[in-house]
Design a protein around this ligand. Structure first.
Ligand code: GUN
Ligand code: FE
Length: 421
């Protein structure tokens, strides 16, 4: 089926590059981008037209790190540092997901909130519960959210009796979960919570599962000083945190590492050399006082960086908010660095929150011919009336800062229109 989207088409094919087609036409063949044009070519005149008029057609967002079972505790415990926050708020909240009925109720709402805010791709942590993880994947699929979801592995330093597995349970439940994953646009990803949560035996078993099933891996890295010191105690043979994953074959192409706030030059090089994705979670890092990640430095050194909401360390689920927080955090970093490192611009923030994440799933640069469409349509007509006419570029910048759920008029995910207001 041929469809045509008409509007101001704005995408980020590279970091800092913004491509704008005013009053343009995007042609889709069975949901796949066939081309973007100033004028509709005559041979496409027979397509079904979605005329979005004066609205902005942007790339949808990719949230590359978030914890689904922390959705009920959004905005809580924000005055605690990471390790206290985990034991006081997070583990008891995640323990509730032993109940699949509770999970269904919460995850249906989460999936709806993600998609209506324009997040169409995720790389997500569930809890350690197999059944609730399958419920989560069903609810995401129903809503049109695609990507990777991980049943968490944790066999030490959790909450004994309520949120901790034995090593054998962790391996067996992971296999049971993998066997039950039959979803179209949602795939499983191995998810050791972080080094302090997993015994060496479990890490070794996960390394074997990775090989056996050809899976990617996601975890946390160098988020806070106290965490890093703890990892050093647990692995005295490893000079740096990343080696505790590498030792078990878990540090590889497309391994996803959230945070990387305090990674030194050697750890950053290990990321760049292995094509590890560093997920910057600026809102979370500031909320629980982890630090201000030197994102510009990571980028300059060739590290692949994308963005995550990291709810509920992060208190903002919408990725347009995460993007503006990322930009603000980069300005704080610039000040901390004595104005030596340039901040992230709006087009750069947009790239990191869209293209950089979409590429994890095999997408091309920006709206790329041959890719299934992931897009949002933004109606900025309710924003404050500007003092003079705005260019489309200015409208784009304002939309990134001011949009809210009600401004997202339509959402396209994997080539289908899944939200139409
Ligand atoms: N490290 C281990 N678990 C977590 C978590 O749930 N959130 C964050 N921010 N860091 C973690
Ligand atoms: Fe996290």
């Amino acid at each position: 089926m041929k469809e045509i989207l008409k509007g101001h088409i704005i995408h980020a094919p590279a970091l800092g590059e913004l491509n704008i087609t005013e009053n343009g036409y995007m042609v889709l063949e069975d949901g796949v981008i066939a081309g973007i044009y100033d004028q509709l070519p005559a041979e496409h005149g027979d397509g079904v037209l979605h005329d979005y008029g004066d609205k902005l057609i942007l790339q949808s967002f990719a949230d590359m790190h978030l914890h689904a079972p922390q959705y009920p505790m959004l905005g809580m415990g924000m005055d605690l540092p990471l390790l206290d926050w985990l034991s006081t708020y997070t583990f008891p909240t995640e323990a509730r997901f032993a109940d699949p009925v509770y999970a269904r109720e919460i995850y249906a709402r989460l999936a709806r909130e993600l998609i209506t805010n324009g997040t169409t791709r995720v790389c997500m942590f569930s809890s350690l519960h197999t059944d609730a993880t399958l419920v989560l994947m069903e609810e995401l699929e129903k809503a049109g959210v695609t990507g990777y979801v991980g049943k968490v592995n944790m066999d030490r330093n959790g909450a004994e009796g309520i949120l901790q597995e034995t090593t054998a349970e962790s391996v067996a439940e992971t296999e049971r979960w993998l066997a039950a994953c039959h979803f179209k646009d949602l795939k499983p990803i191995l998810t050791p919570r972080f080094t302090p949560s997993c015994t060496n035996e479990l890490m070794a078993e996960l390394g074997k599962l990775k090989e056996k099933y050809g899976l990617y891996v996601q975890s946390h890295l160098s988020e806070s000083h106290a965490e890093i010191a703890w990892v050093r105690e647990l692995h005295p043979d490893c000079e740096r945190y990343w080696e505790t994953y590498d030792k078990y074959g878990l540090w590889d192409d497309h391994t996803v590492m959230a945070h990387c706030v305090h990674s030194d030059a050697v750890e950053r090089r290990a990321m760049a050399e292995h094509n590890v994705l560093a997920v910057h979670c600026g809102d979370s890092n500031i909320n629980i006082s982890s630090g201000v990640c030197p994102v510009r430095q990571l980028l300059n050194e060739g590290v692949w960086v994308a963005l995550g909401s990291d709810i509920a360390g992060g208190a903002q689920l919408p990725m347009y908010r995460v993007i503006t927080t990322t930009i603000r955090a980069s300005k704080v970093r610039q000040i901390m660095d004595n104005w030596q490192t340039p901040f992230l611009t709006v087009p750069e923030g947009y790239y990191l929150g869209t293209t950089a994440g979409h590429k994890y799933f095999g997408a091309g640069d920006g709206f790329s011919t041959g890719d299934a469409l992931h897009a949002i349509v933004v109606d900025d007509s309710t924003f404050p009336t500007p003092a003079r006419p705005l260019t489309v570029n200015e409208r784009f910048e304002r939309a990134i800062y001011l949009m809210e759920q009600r401004n997202i008029a339509a959402v396209w995910s994997a080539g289908r229109c899944v939200v139409q207001q």
